[in-house]
Design a protein around this ligand. Structure first.
Ligand code: SF4
Ligand code: SF4
Length: 351
């Protein structure tokens, strides 16, 4: 059986903003009811980045949702790395700076995983890597989910699409760390000033001063990653030691957890516009790797990512492997299908 994926192509004669209505009409889930609290998951862009989804498209989705009687809110989770999006106050501030304020959107920004990325709901998935996954609480608590993804190449997973948006993008900070790393964060002891802030903020008492520098005891550390964001010197780092294949598989299992309990209440839109070589977490823009292709919509996260990859690679070459030859991006699609996240076979329908 094939999953349906709809496309509004980026052509001079097509008004992509109006096409959002048609796309939503095709994929609006039957299960979403009036007054459902509905999370619109997107990436607001790191400070300095300009490749995130344009606010006018997001506003259109908000307007459509409200017309359907649901109560939408815009959301994302805090980042694992230090930056503007690593704690909720500055995350909301950068969202507003990028045009996602309440006045422009008509819906509030509610960061999904609490003030410092600590708030989550544990959801049973019972798969190969995880028995349970830790999804940002407000996404887990929402009735419905609309996932808006700026589709692009990605330095860690080959490409970043809907699977990544619901897998990594909806995980709490602890969930993100567990996907990226097999170990605890690590202190760059040469640069540690022994200020003690990390020790005060570690709820698990996993950090101590040793030889006048902070030291994390891995046997006690929970992986919550609070120390990374509270260290004023920025000298506590993730050990990015997980292989890309395992990250992609873990991400797919997390995606399954994000969707669990929302069957018939979610949809995906991939924006194949400004298709950059890196994630929107970078604080600067890079030239696109392909021409604008259009906007896709589906109820299947695997199918919409498969179509997105196929469209970018339609000229015959693998643009993702050209940029990241060491990354086999197909793992997330294969494994996503294997665990029941969606299907790789699709029917592509022009609107
Ligand atoms: S990750 Fe969490 S538990 Fe581990 S040392 Fe840092 S603050 Fe403590
Ligand atoms: S917060 Fe940073 S600088 Fe301060 S003790 Fe911890 S690691 Fe060292």
């Amino acid at each position: 059986m094939k999953s349906k994926v709809y496309i509004a192509r980026a052509r001079e004669e097509n008004d992509l903003l109006s096409a959002i209505d048609t796309l939503l009409e095709r994929v609006w889930p039957d299960g979403i009811s009036s007054n459902d609290l509905t999370a619109i998951k997107l990436h607001f862009g790191e400070k300095g980045n300009k490749s995130f989804i344009e606010p006018r498209y997001v506003r259109k989705v908000v307007e459509w949702s409200k017309a359907k009687g649901v109560v939408p809110f815009l959301t994302d989770t805090n980042t694992l790395y230090r930056g503007w999006r690593c704690v909720t106050p500055s995350h909301i501030a950068i969202a507003a700076e990028h045009g996602f304020g309440f006045d422009e959107m008509g819906a509030p920004v509610v960061i999904a995983d609490g003030l410092r990325g600590e708030s989550c709901r544990e959801i049973v998935v019972d798969r190969n890597f995880y028995k349970t996954v830790k999804v940002g609480f407000e996404v887990a608590a929402a009735d419905g989910l609309i996932v808006l993804t700026h589709f692009k190449a990605h330095e860690l997973t080959g490409f970043g699409g809907s699977i990544k948006n619901i897998g990594m993008g909806c995980a709490s900070r602890e969930g993100k760390l567990s996907q990226h790393s097999t170990g605890s964060p690590r202190v760059n002891r040469e640069k540690c000033t022994a200020c003690g802030v990390c020790i005060e903020n570690c709820a698990f008492r996993a950090i101590e001063l040793s030889d006048g520098r902070a030291l994390i005891r891995p046997e006690v550390c929970s992986g919550c990653s609070q120390c990374i964001v509270v260290c004023p010197e920025g000298v506590i780092h993730v050990q990015w030691n997980e292989s890309t294949a395992r990250v992609q598989k873990k991400m797919a299992e997390y995606g399954l957890g994000t969707l669990k309990g929302k069957e018939g209440k979610y949809l995906f839109m991939n924006f194949l516009l400004k298709i950059t070589p890196v994630c929107d977490c970078f604080g600067h823009d890079r030239p696109p790797i392909a021409e604008d292709i259009g906007i896709l919509a589906s109820n299947d996260p695997v199918a919409i990512d498969q179509v997105s990859v196929d469209l970018v690679n339609s000229g015959g070459e693998d643009r993702f492997r050209d940029i990241y030859p060491q990354i086999d991006w197909s793992v997330q699609l294969d494994y996503g299908e294997e665990i029941g996240l969606g299907r790789r076979t699709y029917e592509l329908i022009d609107v």
